[in-house]
Design a protein around this ligand. Structure first.
Ligand code: UD1
Length: 386
């Protein structure tokens, strides 16, 4: 494919796993409003395929059905990444895109970037430059490599620019646009399902979220917290100790549930104030988070959502690639330090905990910023090629 040929093609917009959908939904809406952009083609790699992790979120976010579904499913990192690459390559060959746009840091993000870069197709990375500096996280490897491959990098916070500069990415490739997660959050808040209703629908007693201290929300799925039985035992012990102070609502990720079952730890979930739910839709999750007293998580997106909502967040990790949620937001890193977590919980119950403020450009308008910038960028590229 010549460069000129490729400049006329669509923009392939890639999603693979749950956290990608909240970023892509507002972007596709903004792209539709921007007439000078080429057609957006939504490609789903199929990394996530369960109704709860996938279809339900597509509905809640009003995402259109994917134009292309690669249906790769689960597998080891190598297998999953390789399968995405094998199945994505013919799509690029057939559609001759002007660019491939990827979001976040999942395996599908890196796999599609690699295919595009080797075919000379422009790679656009949304949520570039975030670094945990922890290479034991698969996402960190995906982030570093995707940013090296990208021609255009959109960032959510200014710390990303320093990280990218350190890795030799020229500043003219980078644009600070704010956070698409917050665009989706703003769109969902008026439609969010109240926490009591979420709990009732799941067959639990809604009174449990109406108690004096309110309730906490838990989300945990990182391999470092849930894959090893020893870590899981610590996590479950912490959650039971926190539940003794306030009820906890926990939508359990399939990876985590499978791991608890494998380790024979299901009995530890039987606690009257630990309300275990299946994975929730986006409107349910936003409803739960919005009114929570505290959130315990290891998710990247939830750290951002709690900062935007002003809800205290305890992150069960040693590091975060989203430092702004700590410096300006409501986030505190607690690892699996039981004593520290209980001290934080007591403080939150006493005085509400960390207040925080809304980070720069987390204003719900990031998608429009990207659409405008991308339209100019593609036009300039097209001019330069002719
Ligand atoms: C993936 C992302 C992670 C993201 C998370 C959100 C990578 C490396 N990880 O992690 O960054 O935060 O999604 O959920 O890309 N499974 C199902 N149904 C599904 C998909 C997965 O039951 O629809 C189960 C399978 O047993 C699978 C396991 O969950 O083996 C893990 O799925 P996988 O996509 O490998 O990673 P996640 O842990 O979901």
């Amino acid at each position: 494919m010549t460069l000129r040929e490729s400049l006329l093609g669509p923009v392939l917009c890639v999603v693979g796993a749950r956290p990608n959908y909240m970023k892509m939904a507002p972007l596709l809406r903004a792209f539709r409003k921007q007439p000078s952009l080429p057609r957006a083609v939504l490609v789903h790699t199929g990394q996530h395929y369960d109704y709860a992790l996938n279809d339900r979120l597509f509905q809640d976010l009003e995402l259109p059905a994917p134009d292309v579904n690669l249906a790769v499913g689960s597998g080891s990192h190598a297998v999953q990444t390789a399968e995405v690459m094998k199945r994505f390559e013919p799509v690029v060959d057939a559609l001759k895109p002007s660019a491939v746009l990827v979001v976040g840091d999942v395996n599908s993000t890196l796999a599609c970037s690699l295919v595009a870069a080797k075919k000379g197709v422009a790679v656009i990375h949304v949520e570039a430059g975030l670094r945990s500096f922890d290479r034991s996280m698969p996402e960190e490897i995906n982030r570093v490599l995707t940013d090296q491959l990208a021609d255009l990098l959109y960032t959510t916070e200014r710390s990303a620019h320093e990280n990218l500069a350190r890795e030799g990415i020229p500043p003219q490739r980078i644009a600070f646009v704010g956070n698409l997660m917050i665009d989706s959050l703003h769109a969902a808040l008026p439609k969010a399902v109240p926490a009591e209703e979420v709990v009732r629908r799941a067959g639990a007693d809604p009174a449990c979220v109406r108690q004096a201290h309110g309730y906490g929300v838990v989300t945990l799925h990182r391999p470092s917290n849930v894959d090893e039985p020893a870590a899981l035992v610590e996590v479950l012990d912490i959650l039971r100790a926190v539940a003794a102070r306030l009820p906890l609502v926990w939508p359990i990720h399939p990876r985590t549930r499978a791991s608890i079952e494998r380790a024979g730890l299901m009995a530890a979930l039987a606690h009257p104030r630990l309300i275990c739910l299946p994975p929730q839709g986006y409107l349910e999750m936003v409803g739960l988070l919005a009114r929570a007293t505290v959130v315990l998580t290891d998710s990247g997106g939830v750290q951002e959502e709690t900062t935007a909502l002003g809800v205290p967040c305890l992150t069960l990790r040693q590091n975060t690639e989203r430092p702004i949620t700590i410096e300006q937001g409501t986030n505190t890193l607690v690892g699996r330090d039981r004593a520290k977590i209980l001290t934080c919980i007591d403080e939150i119950l006493r005085n509400g905990g960390k207040r925080g403020r809304i980070p720069e450009l987390w204003d719900g308008r990031s998608a429009d910023r990207i659409a405008d910038h991308l339209s100019d960028w593609l036009r300039n590229r097209s001019r330069a090629a002719t």
